[in-house]
Design a protein around this ligand. Sequence first.
Ligand code: IPD
Ligand code: CA
Ligand code: CA
Length: 269
Amino acid sequence: MLNYEKTLKSVSALVRQAAKIVKSRDFTVEEKSTKDDIVTSADIGVQTFLCDKLKKLLPESGFLCEEKHLSDVNHDYVWVIDPIDGTTNFSRNINECAISVALLYRRKPVIGAVYAPFLDFIFTAADGCGAKLNGKPIRTSDKAFDNSLFCTAMSLYKKEYAKVCNDIIFETYMQCNDFRRFGSCAVELCYLAAGKCDLYFEIRVFPWDYAAAYLILKEAGGVLKGLNGEELLFNKPTVLVGANNAENYKKLEEIVGKYLKSTPYYEEL
Ligand code: IPD
Ligand code: CA
Ligand code: CA
């Protein structure tokens, strides 16, 4: 059996090494599916570096990574990697972007590391061992719904879902304190874990966006599920509803369920 805490230390060290590629800010930009969907040479550099080192760390493992359609998931252990979450921020010199690495064991996250190099925040968790920010334990906030800060987004890559997002965001906004759109799902979920914000909704996110942060948030006492309270499967894009505690999760889930009856897409990775 793998020692998760020890492996997490090695992963954190590798993620910090990979961040040198990001910090150099030396990159070129290419468009992917649409003009809004970009990849930089730094994304590719980080992913290549991490895949090589993580395969050496755990030779029997597979990979699910955002770039180059890398999906080799028929293994007990699978690394789920977003080399840069928040690429648009990165390309515009905005600090909210992060390298996100999770290790799944039989489809459940057991290790998570999210490193935001320009903020020097490293969020980490190993299954059953709590969540940390720069080595110090973190917990979700105890804010009530009407005092909550809500992180969200508007379906950037599929603008046909923007209207329903707008309805959900508007109703939530009217019942909470305020909302934010930082532009990195991984960072926002880690902010939720650390009590910097309290609610999260996004209509279509991929396992590499949230797998590491899912474990960090769960270990910090938070809740993160799909639509109608579905447990996350880490093998396809999903709706994400998250909160600092079960009570606020239920309230947000009710608002989301009012406007979104079923997931409006289906893709297996
Ligand atoms: C995106 C960011 C963004 C979220 C999108 C993601 P990327 O990831 O996490 O905050 O709203 O859904 O795709 O493309 O920057 O890796
Ligand atoms: Ca991402
Ligand atoms: Ca990315």
